[in-house]
Design a protein around this ligand. Structure first.
Ligand code: PNS
Length: 159
């Protein structure tokens, strides 16, 4: 069984994330989307809300599971018999930090990281920019799944 993990904060999940998860699900037997629970970082959505949104938007892929995690991703990999991390690379700006994390994870635990190039449609996209534009009335309807758009509307109209 070739099982991989797509880890991230997913606050919130964007169309760029969904694209990477969907493409990974065509290559591997099972894809676990692992949502980082980091209480020291403030987030717009709770980890359970992020997990729920991800479950809704990846529901059509039967070999995709969504789970939360805390601590090190390599420990999550060990505990779940995962041999590789799959990440999307948007641009060279992602490269330095992603390579550093990939090498550290391999050095510490022998866990490989495989990079997929992001769909050019989403090369500029990040959860932070989605939140910023949504907060000030920007139109992010083409950048996030419908369920996320509704969740953003609900959350931001209350704040
Ligand atoms: O969506 P993000 O915030 O860019 O995702 C970053 C994430 C969650 C993939 C990365 O920070 C991570 O793996 N965190 C878990 C803690 C860990 O293992 N840190 C060491 C990385 S070398």
């Amino acid at each position: 069984m070739r099982r991989v993990v797509c880890p991230g904060s997913f606050d919130p999940v964007t169309n760029g994330h969904v694209d990477i998860v969907a493409r990974a699900s065509l290559i591997y037997d099972e894809v676990i989307v692992a949502v980082l629970h980091n209480p020291s970082k403030s987030a717009l959505f709770t980890v359970d809300e992020r997990v729920e949104l991800l479950r809704k938007v990846t529901g059509k892929h039967p070999n995709v599971r969504v789970q939360k995690f805390d601590g090190l991703i390599v420990d999550f990999c060990r505990a779940n018999d995962i041999s590789a991390i799959v990440k999307g690379l948007r641009a060279v700006t992602d490269f330095d930090y992603e390579m550093q994390m990939a090498q550290m994870n391999y050095n510490q635990a022998g866990v490989e990281t495989l990079f997929m190039t992001t769909n050019p449609l989403y090369a500029f996209l990040s959860s932070s920019l989605v939140k910023e534009f949504a907060k000030y009335g920007g139109d992010v309807s083409k950048l996030v799944p419908e369920q996320v758009l509704e969740a953003l509307d609900g959350r931001l109209s209350r704040s």
